[in-house]
Design a protein around this ligand. Structure first.
Ligand SMILES: N=c1c2ncn([C@@H]3O[C@H](COP(=O)(O)OP(=O)(O)OP(=O)(O)O)[C@@H](O)[C@H]3O)c2ncn1[C@@H]1O[C@H](COP(=O)(O)O)[C@@H](O)[C@H]1O
Length: 124
């Protein structure tokens, strides 16, 4: 019997996300002086949201540069996207939410056309 791999569960990315999430959880109780993440938790949700917004803006500016850009500009977009994902994980952690349900939600949506999903939504 063959099994279809679930594309939302890639061992490589799962490992790094799981490891990072565990560190972020540990940092919720760490001293602010020792850790950037702990410092963000100490500053509170508004500061974390400010960072998420800032990184989102930097990501979209980097995407515009990358559209017709060179390798360095495309690499800069990867770095900005990592900053955005990282700060989004800090936001979830601050609210005591796990990242796994986000992956599960993407897995649930996998293979469902966005057009079909939207049509279902407007019907109900
Ligand atoms: N993945 C990251 C990561 N990505 C980005 N950053 C930091 O996020 C910040 C974003 O850059 P900015 O220039 O916008 O921030 P800033 O100017 O320093 O901050 P503000 O003064 O604007 O608030 C930088 O300080 C980066 O170092 C990260 N800091 C930590 N991690 C991970 O989190 C773990 C825990 O980090 P610590 O809590 O610092 O030990 C690390 O081992 C990493 O795995």
């Amino acid at each position: 019997m063959t099994t279809t791999p679930n594309p939302a569960h890639n061992p490589a990315t799962d490992t790094v996300l799981d490891a990072l999430a565990a560190v972020l959880e540990q940092r919720r109780h760490a001293a602010a002086d020792d850790s950037y993440v702990a410092a963000l938790h100490h500053k509170g949700l508004n500061k974390i949201l400010e960072k998420v917004g800032e990184e989102a803006t930097e990501t979209l500016l980097a995407a515009k540069d990358a559209e017709h850009g060179n390798d360095a500009e495309r690499q800069a977009l990867i770095a900005e996207t990592a900053d955005l994902w990282f700060h989004s994980l800090v936001m979830l952690s601050h609210l005591e939410l796990d990242h796994r349900p986000v992956l599960d939600e993407l897995a649930r949506r996998f293979g469902v056309s966005g057009h079909a999903e939207k049509a279902d939504r407007t019907r109900s």
